[in-house]
Design a protein around this ligand. Structure first.
Ligand SMILES: [Zn+2]
Length: 231
């Protein structure tokens, strides 16, 4: 195998290593990433707080109802006790009872509204808990998949690095240095295949003597300086 062919293969392995390393970085960034779950948990917390608030307001209305009922009962007891005979006082008492009853009716309406709101909030919260359960299951499945991908990529990378190592040993150190230098300058493309007399790196037609030279030893394109590889 010619040095240029080995370098060309080395480049393919290097490219594959880069691709797999990028994929591994992506996989590892996703491992332990709980953003999606935390968003649902934050919603649950907010909905729970809203529900607690509604319950507090409902209790407040219920206490007020009790209080009003007690007051009304006491006033009615006086009203119908026969102890009060003054018509003006009776009428004033009657009026006070009516006002309190109207107030109780409004409080009852508010309590009913709050009960409905509490029920609705409970339903919403239960649905959100179900959503969290689903998201948690999905997350577990995704994490398992990511761990499996991570293991596969690590294994593949170990094999590629082994190939890289043995290919590197089969190349002269001066050529390897040239390859590394060009690779850094040419975005990883240090070796260019020659097709129909043309350098695939820069698409320039190469002179015949250079093509002959490239068949025999490591030669560089006169235009882009990449190492030329002919089949
Ligand atoms: Zn070229």
């Amino acid at each position: 195998m010619s040095q240029a062919k080995r370098l060309y293969e080395l480049q393919a392995v290097d490219h594959e290593i880069e691709v797999k390393e990028n994929a591994l970085r992506g996989v590892e960034a996703g491992l332990g990433q709980r953003d999606a779950l935390e968003r649902v948990q934050a919603l649950i917390q907010a909905q729970q707080q809203a529900l607690d608030d509604l319950k507090r307001r409902l209790h407040h209305q219920e206490w007020e109802l009790e209080d009003l009922t007690t007051k009304i009962a006491a006033l009615e007891e006086r009203l119908y006790s026969g102890r009060i005979t003054n018509p003006k006082e009776l009428s004033s008492l009657q009026h006070e009872v009516e006002l309190l009853k109207a107030q109780r009716s409004r409080t009852e309406d508010r309590a009913l509204e709050l009960m409905a709101a509490v029920d609705k909030a409970k339903e919403g919260l239960a649905a959100r808990h179900q959503e969290l359960d689903r998201a948690e299951k999905q997350w577990q499945a995704e994490q398992a998949q990511l761990r499996s991908q991570q293991a596969q990529l690590r294994e593949a990378l170990a094999a590629l690095r082994q190939s890289r190592h043995s290919l590197g040993q089969q190349v002269d150190s001066a050529h390897l240095t040239l390859y590394e230098t060009l690779k850094a300058k040419k975005q990883g493309q240090a070796v260019a295949r020659v097709e129909q007399g043309m350098c695939r790196g820069c698409r320039i037609s190469l002179p015949t003597h250079l093509l002959q030279e490239a068949r025999q030893r490591v030669a560089q394109c006169t235009s882009c300086h990449r190492i030329l590889y002919l089949d």
